[in-house]
Design a protein around this ligand. Structure first.
Ligand code: ADP
Ligand code: MG
Length: 353
């Protein structure tokens, strides 16, 4: 259901930047240091976990971009790092043309209102001791919006936008009195009170059963159309990603290995990892490994990454070349008119001497 045809994008960089770009990341990196522990540290150095390892992409105003991949491949880290909730260890982030690294604390705080995150688990993210009104008032107070009438108006509007109606029935209730689907809506309302232009949603439908899940996906689509909000959706659910997104990025061990128009990428995946992922059977729990078709469910840790292409140990197409040389991020021919990016030597092989 792509409303933003890739053919209309006039991309001018490897990030796919257009005039309508809201967010652009370039070579973004988030490496964690995994301490070896003091006894082990006598024999080995601390290890670097390359959770996000050089990602470039851009997202348009009003676009829904989803990132898919197995548990542990770095999706949540990417979502938090591109909002600068996690401090990047490399690369740059531009939001509406502004380089986030150059902003002062107060400028960053101001901009935060426009870029929000909706976390995966409403039971964890919502303080059970606060009423819905109290929970929605909190972000307003943090951002200095303290006039009671304005608070009330924003909270009522946000609850209306997420369809928790009549609003008065919800204001004084506590999280434990609401269903999982309603709590997920409260999480969205808590982001919406700040009038954001960009929302990262981490596994927005994973904790919900099928019918509620479909309604939450429809809510995201409505928010995009009615408020022109751009979304970066993190999901292990390929069906949800296809249903919602304009474009999809497939993530493997800290890298996006393929990116393109949602429908075309899922109908005709080019990268062998995308193919395996799309043929896999997802479990409703995002922390459970996928039964990834033909390549096993064992995802290597993003420490001690394989040489060459990091997917080569699991890849059915790997050659000797793949073991020693990492593939480049490049566009590959696609039968449709959309732009497909991938990094794989074996997709439309480039002539090698
Ligand atoms: N705070 C942290 N410190 C060290 N390693 C982390 C931290 N957060 C995540 N990781 C590691 O980074 C990798 C990616 O994790 P994550 O972003 O949660 O993946 P996903 O959301 O795709 O499941 C994993 O190997 C995870 O163990
Ligand atoms: Mg995650």
């Amino acid at each position: 259901m792509s409303t933003y045809s890739d053919a209309s994008r006039t991309e001018d960089t490897a990030n796919g930047t257009t005039d309508e770009t809201i967010l652009e990341i370039t070579d973004l990196e988030k490496h964690y240091v995994k301490s070896a522990g003091w006894i082990q540290s006598l024999f080995t150095d601390d290890k670097r976990v390359r959770a996000v390892d050089g990602i470039s992409l851009s997202i348009d105003k009003g676009e829904i971009f989803s990132v898919v991949g197995e548990s542990g491949c770095g999706k949540t880290t990417l979502g938090k790092t591109l909002l600068r909730i996690n401090e990047p260890t490399g690369g740059s982030i531009r939001f509406k043309g502004k380089d986030l690294a150059t902003l002062s604390r107060s400028e960053m705080q101001q901009l935060r209102q426009q870029m929000q995150i909706v976390y995966q688990d409403p039971f964890e993210a919502l303080n059970p001791k606060r009423t819905i009104y109290g929970l929605l008032k909190q972000p307003l107070e943090i951002h200095g919006i303290n006039t009671p009438s304005e608070q009330r108006a924003r909270i009522e509007q946000a609850l209306t936008d997420v369809n928790l109606l009549p609003v008065n029935d919800f204001l004084d209730r506590y999280p434990e009195e609401l269903s999982g689907g309603q709590l997920q809506r409260v999480l969205f309302a808590r982001a919406l009170v700040l009038n954001p232009e960009f929302i990262v949603a981490d596994e927005p439908s994973s904790m919900l059963d099928a019918s509620v899940r479909a309604r939450v996906l429809d809510l995201i689509d409505e928010l995009r159309h009615e408020r022109n909000i751009s979304f970066f959706i993190i999901t292990h659910d390929i069906g949800a990603a296809r249903y919602l997104s304009d474009r999809i990025g497939v993530m493997y061990l800290g890298r996006i290995v393929e990116m393109g128009d949602a429908d075309h990428l899922i109908d005709d995946p080019k990268h062998p990892y995308s193919r395996a992922l799309i043929e896999s059977i997802p479990s409703p729990d995002p922390t459970e490994p996928l039964e990834t078709a033909g390549i096993g469910s064992e995802v290597p840790e993003p420490v001690d990454l394989p040489s060459g292409c990091r997917f080569h140990p699991r890849c059915p197409l790997a050659t000797e070349h793949c073991k020693s040389v990492g593939p480049e991020w490049r566009t590959v021919p696609s039968e449709d008119e959309t732009t497909r990016w991938t990094e794989c030597h074996e997709v439309e092989p480039v002539h090698r001497p």
